[in-house]
Design a protein around this ligand. Sequence first.
Ligand code: MLT
Length: 306
Amino acid sequence: MKVLVTDPIDEAGLARLRSAGHEVVTDVDIDTEGVIEIVEDVDALLIRGTEITRAVFEAAPNLQIVSRAGIGVDNIDIPAATDHGVIVANAPRGNVRAAAEQTIGLAYTAARQIPQAHLAVGAGEWAGTEGVELGGRTAGIVGLGRLGQEVARRYDNLGMDVVAYDPYLGAARAEQMGIELLDLDELLAEADLLSVQARKTDETIGMIGAEELDAFQGDIVVLTSRGGLIDEQALADAVESGSIAAAGVDVFSVEPPADDNPLFGVDEIVVTPHLGAKTHNAQVNVAVTAADQIITALEGGEVTNA
Ligand code: MLT
């Protein structure tokens, strides 16, 4: 059967599809409109960032599965997939460690202003900002799903107290992890570091705006799950005004972001280009899982997303 791959996916996954007998067509330069033009005879889509809209499903009568080589499926119109009887699959585990490590990297980077010091030294200036330590302080995690939990374990190992806001997590599970669940306003009042790892949903978009950043009593913000959960202009304003000392941001409301994104050009905000999952291990893991989901679906098997 024909599998269309519209984003860079590790060869390990593509080889798996070919050895299962499928035809793999790769076109990583097309956008959603381009997908619509060539999807008519496609049985499966293997994607990462490409937006899969209702119009894609309408143009793809043979489509059986859209498999995403990553965790979030917020770029796929799920109700439209359901209406067209198309399975939506993801790779929920393979890149979590990579994303958790990037989160901790950004937390330290913001706390110690490491890239800024690197640039200063490279420019002949033997100088750097006095940073803050993470150990002994409180991390407030928003969103305690798989990524949030991995991040929580790491903050704990750094000697931080960890509190969290997650209206979907039971208190018993949080207690098992030794994490105190708080309301968002309590978390903003208690945390020194605000670490946002929630999924992107209608409820979470813009959940941290100017009001919440104003209520935040700590000094560092880290965002690594999805862009747009924190209002970008509000975060830039808060850091520029000094009410928040620094931030580390890996994800943006629009990717790639426009050159005039407010987070660019604020000295104390460190930005990276959605690198969380970008390690070789993680990319192999998610490619293989996503390919296996397709192979299973095309053989009529049960896709579990586990
Ligand atoms: C994910 O959803 O798994 C991450 O954001 C990484 C990615 O988009 O590839």
